[in-house]
Write a protein that binds this ligand. Structure first.
Ligand SMILES: Nc1ncnc2c1ncn2[C@@H]1O[C@H](COP(=O)(O)OP(=O)(O)OP(=O)(O)O)[C@@H](O)[C@H]1O
Length: 279
């Protein structure tokens, strides 16, 4: 399997929005991010940062702007204001393909896989950003192409194995149960060799034992040197897995701290109680 390389630049100090006292290098720094849709301010001045090797959860009531923030950070939405600096480079308003190449990968709230492709082909699409093939190699099936295809298949199977995929990788993804589709999506994201992985509600639709396996997998990914940011509604999962929790309400962060700090924060409690009253 391909090696995953964590960034090797020297450690700096925590940037604005980071947790005080965290001396690890800041990998992602989001400052004053904003995006609106018509009159709706989905993200309204969000600032937070993520350090190398950190697991951070982003939580908040429904409609708080979590997915919109992910979409701005990963290039799927163009923010109206603010900045996103990733691994020392401004990636604000850059295309998703550019951001993926720089080392940021993501999954989606509703699994997004190529429905007419097999599991293996789906994972192989994650590798195209860093393959040495060109269109002539592919057309003429040169020895270089054949070699690289073989390596690609081997690596894709390695990632499927890593995420604990148990079914037949020649199946179409639509033939898989939901939990397995989620694993394939994570395998495809890992195949891009990311430094940072954004997971949008990875626990949604999973049963209790699948959620435990997911937590194990997230820790395994972090142990490769990959930083992880997850949006998640399952508070049990969030509190157990996260080193730090960023809480959003109305597009802004209202708290940023350890799970224990956030759980005891009256502003956070009020935001969630407000949600219950709205229902
Ligand atoms: N493409 C869009 N067009 C119009 N409005 C949008 C769009 N994307 C998000 N919104 C609106 O922006 C607000 C924030 O939505 P977003 O999905 O980011 O919240 P969220 O915190 O991820 O919510 P949930 O937890 O329910 O997934 C909502 O009012 C939503 O309706």
């Amino acid at each position: 399997m391909s090696d995953l390389h964590a960034p090797t630049a020297p450690a700096g100090t925590a940037g604005a929005g980071g947790h005080p006292g965290d001396a690890r290098r800041v990998l992602l720094d989001v400052q004053d991010l904003a995006v609106s849709f018509g009159g709706i301010k989905a993200v309204a001045g969000l600032s937070f940062s993520v350090h190398e090797g950190e697991i951070v959860s982003v939580i908040g009531p429904n409609g708080a702007g979590k997915t919109s923030a992910f979409n701005c950070i990963s290039g799927f939405y163009r923010p109206n204001a603010g900045s996103v600096v990733f691994d020392g480079e401004s990636v604000t308003r850059k295309k998703p393909s550019h951001i993926t190449k720089r080392g940021m990968a993501r999954t989606f709230q509703n699994v997004r896989l190529f429905r007419d492709m097999s599991v293996l082909e789906n994972v192989k699409t994650g590798m195209h950003s860093h393959l040495g093939q060109n269109v002539f190699d592919a057309m003429l099936h040169t020895p270089r192409y054949t070699r690289s295809e073989r390596q690609c298949t081997e690596d894709a199977r390695g990632w499927l194995d890593f995420v604990g995929f148990r079914a037949d990788d020649e199946l179409l993804v639509t033939q898989l149960p939901y939990g397995e589709q989620r694993r394939v999506e994570i395998a495809r994201a890992l195949a891009t060799q990311p430094k940072l992985l954004l997971l949008d509600e990875p626990g949604a639709g999973l049963n209790h034992s699948e959620k435990n396996e997911l937590m194990e997998l997230i820790r395994k990914i972090r142990d490769l040197g990959v930083s992880i940011v997850l949006i998640e509604h399952d508070m049990g999962l969030v509190m157990e897995i996260s080193e730090r929790v960023v809480v959003l309400n109305y597009g802004k962060e209202i708290a940023d701290g350890t799970p224990a700090e956030v759980k005891a924060n009256p502003v956070v409690i009020a935001a969630y109680l407000g949600e219950e009253e709205d229902e």
